[in-house]
Ligand binder design. Structure first.
Ligand SMILES: [Zn+2]
Length: 95
């Protein structure tokens, strides 16, 4: 999924997120993006849960990945074996 046109950076503060632009959120294990090791959610309630969890974990460092086809940006917290990811139409890369 990641190719040479993608851009990535790490931030330690939660970017300003527009809930209305979030496509889906992911909670689960790392290693496969198909959903077999975790769950994707599209409800507002779970989007808010993901935002709150990433806000708490922002000081660990959050990855921003852009340049993907369907989602403008992915904001991702990667734990030792778990990940929480927000897929959004927002451009989180900024300048
Ligand atoms: Zn899988």
């Amino acid at each position: 999924m990641v190719d040479k046109n993608d851009k990535q950076k790490v931030v330690t503060e939660l970017p300003k997120l527009d809930l209305a632009l979030i496509n889906q959120v992911y909670f689960g294990m790392q290693g496969c993006a198909c959903g077999c090791r975790g769950n994707y959610h599209e409800t507002l309630r779970m989007k808010k849960v993901a935002v709150a969890k990433l806000a708490k974990r922002a000081s660990d460092g959050l990855q921003i990945i852009t340049g993907l086809a369907e989602d403008k940006s992915i904001l991702s917290w990667e734990g030792e074996d778990r990940a929480i990811r927000i897929y959004t139409q927002q451009d989180l890369m900024g300048d």
